[in-house]
Design a protein around this ligand. Structure first.
Ligand code: G6P
Length: 491
């Protein structure tokens, strides 16, 4: 808030994302709120609580849009309102084409390169264009000033920056791409690659998690657009407008606000063990994600199987509790991922499990943030084996939850987080044998080493919090605005 006041005086902040921070679901006669399983929301919500402003998002809950629940503007969070949620309603057709179709069957697999074939349909593209326009209209309608700071989020809105730029030429548009950006060979598969690049280049600043993704973007613009790439300043000049392309590794709130409502480590452990009927001698590994094929859930089950084969002394002594929130279930690739993981868990449990003990407990339901943090506290080890991930905030949340200074993190080398959390046991999730060995190593690690590693990782996350992420982008934006003012004054 202070930064906005000092560096961006009078600036109005508008956020645009597909996923809303609070989902309003109808339950009988009342409305219940759900906080979605989304790294983007986890990261951005504390920033909005601190800065205020308007968050424009798709109204996705089951609360009936045709009744009293159809309130376009809601003050949130409900207990202590400090910003406005502006909900945009989408028809079935729009949602199918824009969200399930182009965004999640096209862009998501394209950018993650996990060998799930991207699907590009002209009808989906048309809806994607139309919905981007609809959200751009909402930005224009909400903006009270000619030069707001617009924070555009993710692969759902690649076209929106240009649409807003055309109508609010003075706006400072910061777009953050929360998922990886592939190399030009892969990106070039997209039939609308030019439009996607041109849309994004309506931004003043375009952010990725890592330098690697920035370079991939510059290479893609270089290959497919008539543009000038300024590698020295990491900028693209196209159609008379310059876009800075910068890495901003995203993070979490420190400590996460939800941690205040979570019991201490010993109690979390006792409760979790009692709930799942685990013997006190069992070591507990946890995995927490959306049921997404990018997360490598079945791979980690196979790693547990390999571990029990190669180190049979763990039989009866290790349980992996995997929590996976069902997601994007209308798409076959997601249903297949869930079915594959369930089959793998069943197979491993049938091979090794007994009446008293199961190696894998798979709980396929949504968990609220407090429940997730309690699980992290209950665990000996956390397994993050994404096949590819922009950042992965589960890894950072695990570290944040462990204020007792203990716990081991196993982390995929293909998650952006592995660039920062170097004291995790870094693994290649495609290498099941190496993952099994890492689990063995993690569980056998002497307590002093666990603590040394955790201390360093906690220092990293405490230093680079979500507020730093936002502050670095906003400071870069402030500098751009000051430069522009100088240029105007001396023109
Ligand atoms: C990733 C994406 C977010 C998305 C989240 C949850 O983190 O980068 O944009 O919100 O997954 O997915 P969903 O489709 O449920 O919003």
């Amino acid at each position: 808030r202070g930064l906005l006041r000092d560096e961006l005086p009078g600036a109005e902040v508008l956020v645009v994302s597909n996923r809303e921070p609070y989902i309003h679901n109808r339950d009988g006669d009342g409305i219940v709120l759900q906080r979605p399983a989304s790294g983007l929301v986890t990261a951005l919500e504390p920033v909005m609580r601190a800065c205020g402003g308007t968050w424009i998002a798709h109204g996705s809950g089951s609360a009936d849009p045709d009744t009293v629940d159809r309130d376009d503007h809601v003050a949130v969070p409900p207990d202590a309102p400090c910003y406005t949620l502006r909900r945009v309603w989408l028809s079935e057709e729009e949602q199918n084409g824009y969200y399930y179709g182009f965004a999640n069957e096209g862009m998501w697999p394209l950018c993650h390169i996990v060998f799930v074939r991207p699907v590009f349909r002209a009808e989906d593209w048309d809806q994607y264009v139309a919905v981007n326009r609809k959200f751009a209209d909402a930005v224009i309608a909400e903006a009270r000033t000619p030069d707001p700071v617009v924070l555009v989020q993710d692969y759902h809105f690649a076209l929106l920056p240009r649409m807003v730029r055309d109508r609010l030429p003075e706006a400072t548009i910061i777009t953050f791409w929360h998922i990886p950006w592939p190399n030009p060979e892969v990106f070039g598969i997209c039939p609308w690659r030019k439009q996607i690049l041109d849309g994004l280049l309506g931004s003043s600043i375009l952010g990725f998690h890592t330098q690697f993704h920035c370079l991939n973007f510059l290479d893609s613009a270089d290959r497919f657009l008539e543009s000038r790439i300024d590698r020295e300043h990491s900028a693209v000049r196209s159609g008379g407008h310059t876009t800075l392309v910068r890495p901003y590794p995203i993070s979490i709130e420190w400590p996460p606000a939800a941690l205040a409502g979570v019991a201490a480590v010993e109690e979390c452990r006792a409760q979790t063990f009692a709930r799942h009927g685990l013997a006190p001698s069992v070591r507990l590994a946890v995995g927490v994600e959306r049921f997404d094929y990018t997360k490598g859930i079945a791979d980690r089950f196979r790693a547990v199987e390999t571990l029990l084969d190669s180190h049979p002394d763990w039989i009866g002594r290790l349980t992996l509790l995997q929590v996976a929130a069902p997601t994007r279930g209308r798409l076959a690739a997601y249903r297949d991922t869930q079915a594959e993981a369930e089959a793998a868990a069943e197979r491993v449990n049938a091979r090794f499990g007994t009446a008293e003990w199961q190696p894998i407990l798979l709980v396929a339901r949504h968990h609220e943030p407090e429940e997730v943090l309690a699980l992290f506290r209950a665990a000996d080890l956390c397994l993050v084996s994404s096949l590819h991930d922009g950042m992965n905030l589960v890894a950072k949340e695990f570290v944040a939850a462990r204020d007792d200074g203990d716990g081991v993190l196993i982390l995929s080398t293909f998650a952006g987080a592995s660039r920062e959390l170097r004291e995790a046991l870094i693994v290649n999730p495609y290498d099941v044998v190496a993952m099994a060995e890492a689990i063995h190593r993690g569980l056998s690690m002497p307590v002093e080493q666990r603590r040394d590693r955790m201390r360093l990782m906690r220092e990293m996350v405490a230093e680079n919090t979500i507020y730093f992420w936002a502050a670095r982008m906003l400071l870069d934006a402030a500098r751009l605005r000051k430069r522009r003012a100088i240029e105007r004054n001396f023109a």
